[in-house]
Design a protein around this ligand. Structure first.
Ligand code: PLP
Length: 449
């Protein structure tokens, strides 16, 4: 048995798929079996593996300045350049950027900055955060509490009350609509529930609402038409800030620069990680608007410092990796290419909609999921996650990496550099895996009449 504690894994499950090397969109296990990496690792390796330009940028930075921090009056060029570059890219006025190491810590930073800001402007009671059912925002104490997936909350005794977290409906029409309810009626109902929550709690006690523009770990939920428009009107009416968690959707994933662009969101705060450096080096960014930053200046002066920072905030090597990643995205028009490849992926995935197990195909750009159901006419779900787990393994057997999420949905999130031929390969392998999975459901009597 390994000495390692595996993250987000079943301790009793000793079978591990051990990878040894990777190139482009392909990854090879310890038996040299080749897989198409349909998940960009964990939604992160936008530029695929073995990108020589990134390796060189990282190596050059290691030779020049392998470490320097940003605490108490220190700085360095890679972090300055990256902050200025990001500030120009994001749809946030006079953006200011705080660097961290993971999506989770970036969300914790925002959680703390919101408190710092509202204290600074003399509204300490404006501190509750609204999150949504099925949300995934990471696993640190605050971010993990903003996450709503049972597996991330159960047994951890997260201090939800102390953290003042409120939950509202997940905007998933397919699994959340009532009998006979149209998409518009569904949106109006869940926005109505949110308004009720805001009025009950008091808008003066609510700082922000956090949203993934399109979700990832909860099954790639794309909210219906009109949802974000109505959501933003409501939040603006009540002076509640909009916090977009773009840890998955940032940088071309949905076919535009940001998920906010694809979904028509005008965010106040944004969180980035993953694709920011194409996962060649850990880095995250918490973006706040100028009005928040300006309001905090006096308070940091009074305290001597803004007492929040990580040793590796703005690590020069991570910043060099991110700068090179952004340069390649721009130079190679990768956001537009991802939009084109995304349309092709969804066109091909739609051919699987007639498969008896496929209840819904959803997503935007190079982000997709297919939900496997026990009876597609009645939209009835499997009672546990066995089928999704089997299907993920069946994909692996055929040389394709996907991820079973939200029970029985298979997520796809291939590198942005994927070609049409490689998308065809995904669909071929997925089709074989679906046939294996159908045979498994029949053999175990899992389909519902
Ligand atoms: C939307 C979202 N936010 C935050 C996180 C947490 O990021 P990390 O795993 O880097 O802490 C994730 C990770 O998958 C995510 O999908």
């Amino acid at each position: 048995m390994s000495a390692m504690i595996y993250p987000t894994s079943n301790f009793a499950d000793e079978h591990k798929l051990c990878f040894e090397r990777a190139e482009g969109v392909y990854i090879y296990d310890s038996n040299d079996k080749k897989y198409l990496e349909g998940m960009s690792g964990l939604w992160c390796t936008a530029l695929g593996y073995g990108n020589q330009e990134l390796i060189d940028a990282i190596s050059d930075q290691l030779h020049t300045l392998s470490f320097s921090h940003l605490f108490g009056g220190k700085s360095h060029a890679p972090a300055e350049k990256l902050a200025n570059k990001l500030a120009k890219m994001v749809p946030v006025a006079d953006a200011h950027i705080f660097f961290g190491n993971s999506g989770s810590d970036a969300n914790d930073t925002h959680y703390k900055m919101l408190r710092y800001y509202f204290n600074a402007i003399g509204k300490p009671e404006k501190r509750k955060i609204i999150t949504r059912q099925r949300a995934y925002h990471g696993v640190t104490v605050a971010a993990g509490s903003l996450t709503s997936l049972p597996v991330n909350l159960t047994h951890f005794d997260a201090p939800l009350d102390a953290l003042h977290i409120l939950r509202t409906d997940a905007p998933h029409y397919y699994s959340g609509h009532q009998v006979g309810e149209s998409e518009t009626q569904f949106v109006d109902r869940i926005i109505g529930n949110l308004e009720k929550l805001i009025l009950e709690e008091g808008a003066d006690t609510i700082a922000a609402m956090i949203v993934e523009p399109i979700t990832g770990a909860s099954g790639v939920i794309v909210p219906p038409e009109g949802y974000y428009e109505k959501l933003q009107t409501l939040l603006r009416k009540h002076n509640i800030l909009i916090w977009a968690d773009e840890v998955i959707t940032g940088f071309g994933r949905t076919g535009n620069d940001f998920g906010c662009t694809t979904m028509g969101i005008k965010p106040d705060l944004m969180t980035f990680a993953k694709q920011l450096s194409s996962a060649y080096y850990p880095i995250s960014a918490s973006v706040i608007p100028g009005f928040m930053y300006d309001a905090m200046i006096e308070q940091t002066q009074a305290n001597g410092v803004f007492g929040h920072g990580y040793t590796y905030s703005g690590h020069p090597v991570a910043c060099a990796a991110a700068l090179k990643t952004l340069e390649i995205f721009e130079r190679d028009n990768l956001f537009e290419k991802a939009a084109v490849a995304g349309r092709y992926l969804h066109h091909k995935l739609s051919t699987l909609e007639t498969h008896p197990l496929v209840g819904e195909v959803r997503g935007e750009g190079l982000l997709a999921a297919i939900e496997l159901v026990a009876n597609k006419q009645k939209e009835s779900h499997f009672k546990d996650t066995k089928v999704g787990t089997f299907a993920q393994k069946a994909c692996e057997k055929h040389g394709l990496i996907v991820r079973a999420v939200a029970g029985n949905s298979l997520a796809l999130c291939p590198p942005l550099i994927i070609t049409h031929e490689q998308i065809d390969e995904i669909i071929d392998k997925l089709s074989l895996a679906l046939e294996d999975t159908l045979a498994f459901t029949k053999q175990h009597n899992l389909l519902k009449p």
